[in-house]
Design a protein around this ligand. Structure first.
Ligand code: SF4
Length: 410
C-alpha cells in the first residue's frame, strides 16, 4: 500500500488542524506540488486563487505578508463558499457561539475640526447636532456600570476631536475613566483622534485595553473622503498605540462610494501591519443629512458579508466587530454576518450619534440563535487552546488581545 504523504500547510511543520470540511479538502500542497487527497499530482493549470484560498482555510496562525492580489482572490471567491470557509476558520480560532458585547459612549460630542465626509460631529457640516463639553468622570463610570450589568464586557469612550494636543486636563480625566472602567472588571477602549507616543504611554499606564483609530477605507479612496489628515497620519497613531503595548482596534466604513477593490485595500492595510489588530470594526455607513455623504445609497448586504468573510480568513485571530448599521439589519442578516466570522457588536442605548441595538433586544436574539455574550477572559482561553491543541510555535503574548486579557484576569 502506498504510504500517504503527510499534508502540511506551506512553510509550517505542523499537522493540519482538524476537521477541515470535505469541500475544502479538494487539494493540498506538499513541498510545492499540489496533490489530490488520493495522492495524485494535480496538473499546474489550477486557477491561481485555489491555493491562496485553500492555504487561508488551513491557516493555524496569522500572517502579515499578504499581497493585495491574494486578498482580492479570496474576496472574489463565490460568496457561499467564501462564507463557509470563513466559518470554518472562525471555529478554529474562536468560539463561534460567543459574541463580544461592547458599549460605546460619546464622552465629548460634536464640534470637531476635521472634515470626515460621513461624520455628524464635524463642525464643517450643518447636521443639527449640538456640540457639548466633555462628560464628567462619574457620569461615564455610571454608564459603564449599567453597561456591565447588562452584559457588556467592553466599554469604549469616544471624543470628537482631531487630536490630544494641549488637552492635558481632558487626558487626566480620561485616564480616570479608564482606571474606573478597569476596576469594574471591564475592558476599556477609547477613540480620541490622533495621539503621540507619550499620550499612548500615559493611557497604557492608566490600564487602557484598546485604542480605536479606523483607517476607514483603502489608501486610494481615502483622499476623496478626508482632507484634514492623511492616511499616513492615521497609521502613525496606530503605530504609537501598538508601540505602547495597547491593543489596536482599526477597521473601516463600507458605503463611502468606494469600489470592491477598496474593501480589499482596507483589509490589506490592516493585514500587513507588523501585527494584526486585535479588533477590526466593519461599519456600514449611516448617511447623515447635511454631510457630503448624506444622500448615499446603502452598501449592499452581500458586500458586507464578503468583507467580513474575507477579513476572517485574512485576520483569523482578530475580533471582527459588526458596528454601525447593524440596527438596520434584520436578525437573519446579522446571523449571516456572525456565521461569516463577525464576533463582536456594539450594544446599548446609542452608538456615538446614531441608534444602536439595545441590550434586551440583543439578549433575546442571542438566546434564540444559540449565541451568548463573550466573557473578558475568553480571548486568552481561546488562544491557549490553540497553543495546546496545535502546538503553535507562538507565545501567548504574541497574539493580539491576549496580553491585556491576561492582565485583566491576573
Ligand atoms: S475626526 Fe472623528 S469626530 Fe472628527 S469629523 Fe472625523 S470622524 Fe468625526
Amino acid at each position: 500500500m502506498m504510504k500517504r504523504a503527510s499534508l502540511r500547510p506551506i512553510g509550517l511543520t505542523l499537522p493540519i488542524p482538524s476537521p477541515i470540511p470535505l469541500l475544502l479538502r479538494r487539494t493540498f500542497t506538499v513541498q510545492g506540488t499540489p496533490i489530490s487527497p488520493s495522492g495524485h499530482p494535480i496538473p499546474p493549470q489550477q486557477p491561481s486563487n485555489a491555493s491562496v484560498f485553500h492555504d487561508a482555510v488551513q491557516a493555524i496562525a496569522p500572517r502579515t505578508n499578504w499581497t493585495r492580489d491574494e486578498i482580492s482572490d479570496i474576496y472574489n471567491t463565490p460568496l457561499m463558499e467564501l462564507s463557509y470557509a470563513a466559518a470554518t476558520v472562525h471555529r478554529r480560532f474562536h468560539n463561534p457561539t460567543a459574541i463580544q458585547m461592547c458599549t460605546l459612549m460619546n464622552i465629548k460630542t460634536g464640534g470637531c475640526s476635521e472634515d470626515c465626509s460621513y461624520c455628524a460631529q464635524s463642525s464643517r457640516y450643518n447636521t443639527g447636532l449640538k456640540a457639548s463639553r466633555m462628560v464628567d468622570v462619574q457620569s461615564v463610570l455610571e454608564a459603564a456600570r449599567v453597561a456591565k450589568e447588562n452584559g457588556s464586557s467592553r466599554f469604549c469612550m469616544g471624543a470628537a476631536w482631531r487630536d490630544m494636543r494641549g488637552r492635558k486636563t481632558n487626558l487626566r480625566n480620561i485616564k480616570e475613566m479608564v482606571k474606573g472602567v478597569r476596576e469594574l472588571g471591564m475592558e476599556a477602549c477609547v477613540t480620541l483622534g490622533m495621539i503621540d507616543t507619550e499620550q499612548a504611554k500615559e493611557l497604557k499606564d492608566a490600564g487602557l485595553t484598546a485604542y480605536n483609530h479606523n483607517v476607514d477605507t483603502s489608501r486610494e479612496h481615502y483622499p476623496s473622503l478626508i482632507t484634514t489628515r492623511t492616511y499616513d497620519e492615521r497609521l502613525a497613531t496606530i503605530k504609537n498605540v501598538r508601540d505602547a503595548g495597547i491593543n489596536v482596534c482599526t477597521g473601516g466604513i463600507l458605503g463611502l462610494g468606494e469600489k470592491a477593490k477598496d474593501h480589499v485595500g482596507l483589509i490589506h492595510t490592516v493585514a500587513t501591519l507588523p501585527s494584526h489588530p486585535e479588533s477590526f470594526p466593519v461599519n456600514a455607513l449611516v448617511p447623515i443629512k447635511g454631510t457630503p455623504l448624506g444622500e448615499s445609497k446603502a452598501i449592499s448586504f452581500d458586500a458586507i458579508v464578503r468583507t467580513i468573510a474575507t477579513a476572517r480568513l485574512v485576520l483569523p485571530a482578530t475580533i471582527i466587530r459588526l458596528a454601525a448599521g447593524r440596527n438596520t439589519m434584520p436578525e437573519e442578516k446579522q446571523m449571516m454576518c456572525f456565521f461569516a466570522g463577525a464576533n463582536a457588536v456594539f450594544t446599548g442605548e446609542k452608538m456615538l450619534t446614531t441608534a444602536c441595538n439595545g441590550w434586551e433586544e440583543d439578549k433575546k436574539m442571542f438566546e434564540k440563535w444559540g449565541l451568548r455574550p463573550m466573557e473578558s477572559h475568553e480571548t486568552l482561553q481561546g488562544q491557549q487552546e490553540l497553543v495546546s491543541q496545535y502546538g503553535l510555535n507562538m507565545s501567548v503574548e504574541a497574539v493580539p488581545g491576549v496580553r491585556e486579557t491576561a492582565a485583566l484576569n491576573a
